[in-house]
Design a protein around this ligand. Sequence first.
Ligand code: G6P
Length: 476
Amino acid sequence: TEISTDGYGDYDFIVVSNRLPVDRVSDGGGDSWRRSPGGLVTALAPVMAKADGAWVGWHGAPDETLEAFDHDNMHLRPVPLSASEVELYYEGFSNATLWPLYHDVIAPPEFHRTWWDSYRTVNRRFAEAAAEVAAEGATVWVQDYQLQLVPQLLRRARPDLKIGFFNHIPFPPLEIFAQLPWRKDIIAGLLGADLIGFQRPSDTANFLRCVRRFAGHSVRQQQVHVTGDDGASYVSRAEAFPISIDVNQITELAKREDVIERSKQIRRELGNPKTILLGVDRLDYTKGISHRLKAYGELLEDGRISVEDAALIQVASPSRERVEQYRLLREEVEGTVGRINGTYDTMSNTAIRYLHHSYPVEEMVALYLASDVMLVTALRDGMNLVAKEYVAARTENTGALVLSEFAGAADQLRQAVLVNPHDIDRLKDAIVTATEMPPREAQRRMRLMRRQVLQNDVERWSQTFLNALRLEGEQP
Ligand code: G6P
């Protein structure tokens, strides 16, 4: 269980995540790298530039070892994964064991010892890479469920480090977590961190209950008094830090002339219906896409919505396509869309414009601007940043958001039309309520939600977490 280390590295601030924050672009001549979209990089890039920062992560291709390299003021340290590790650690344990287990077992998690062995091996490799680049006394911030063993491995090898962990997805209730054959190892892995961040207070509470039950440490308020095998003891603290988006990026795009023009073009191309509804999700069974389609199909059948007046745009970006449950979901969703469109489309109108693509952020913001109603019906979601992006993009305070109470964003966006997506009749009512909301009422709600999002962007989130981490251990 020990990792090997060899002295100190050069970097004072290290982020460790499964994926590096860059995408490879192959442009004839050779490869280059481009910063990947997403708020986490945007929030941390300035911290990196200021603090001699390094990022440790997988570069996305199997069976390829790359040298470390620098890219816009960040030192990037690629961690190699073999094809079999992609299958066992990434597709297997991360995305067919932990992902469904942590999302309320919406899909059945699979438990395989070979997957667990690979998860341990790969977590060790990430911890070694982080230990290699970390200067004495550096701060290391580990991200998400793929790397839950890294904090403990790092602490053992490098007790000089300040270690933070943030879980981007939900942490499940004890009764569900208890299924995991390696539940004790995961808890011990996480408790290697000085500060463990979650999205919602309920995730934090779930975690602390699991700590009490499966690790037997004493827990006072949100502090865990951890005593190691060697008798050494320290405090590990758990707290909620709800993540957010890069507000400036979204609002600036939402004001750009070409983006606004593109949003009008989208409306025209759909035949200028009275109402455009929008769903934007990775094609994932946690997102409640089937529930949304069921509700929408029934509204068409009942005649409460017609294809002459309304169109639903559903963007489903391809995700984890080699994992069985994701293939099954795609079959199901595409079958449902085909049946609904076959039944209700006319020569000139479509019920659902279904797009199995991912788009650049400019196009996403044009879609947000083109849409009167945003549908976020996740059955379980750590946060859901699409909901926050929609709100940030609505610079005129128009539009309505239907939001699942099972998404972390429901803690912040209280003025959304909140729904339980399992309750199809209420979901149908919520869609109609949002579609027919009087403009003044819509404005009142959107203004309050925008204020919330604009005041709490992702930069504030990372600063809040890192400040709290800095104070760990320094208090009496
Ligand atoms: C979620 C997870 C991230 C993950 C992302 C995309 O947001 O919290 O850790 O990177 O999904 O999934 P992928 O498997 O393609 O990295």
